[in-house]
Design a protein around this ligand. Structure first.
Ligand SMILES: [Zn+2]
Length: 81
């Protein structure tokens, strides 16, 4: 079952294929640096993960500073580091 998401709350989308370096990016709203490699989750909380064919396809984070939701896409096109 797919949940129907209302577009009420603000959702930002960040495409990881457009980010240089280690995948860290500033929050589109407040500018807090969010790094998917940061496992302490101090800057963000993971809200939802989408897995396709055993690979992480999408990740929805919530910025802990401004509470914006940020959808990360482009995992599958990430080159091996
Ligand atoms: Zn923020």
């Amino acid at each position: 079952m797919k949940k129907v998401v209302t577009k009420k709350s603000m959702m930002y989308t960040v495409d990881l294929t457009k980010i240089d370096g280690d995948g860290a990016f500033p929050c589109p709203k407040c500018g807090a640096v969010i790094s998917p490699e940061d496992e302490t989750e101090e800057a963000y909380a993971i809200v939802e993960t989408t897995v396709k064919k055993d690979e992480l396809a999408e990740l929805v984070l919530m910025c802990n500073r401004c509470r914006s939701k940020i959808r990360l896409t482009g995992f599958l096109m990430q080159p091996e580091i």
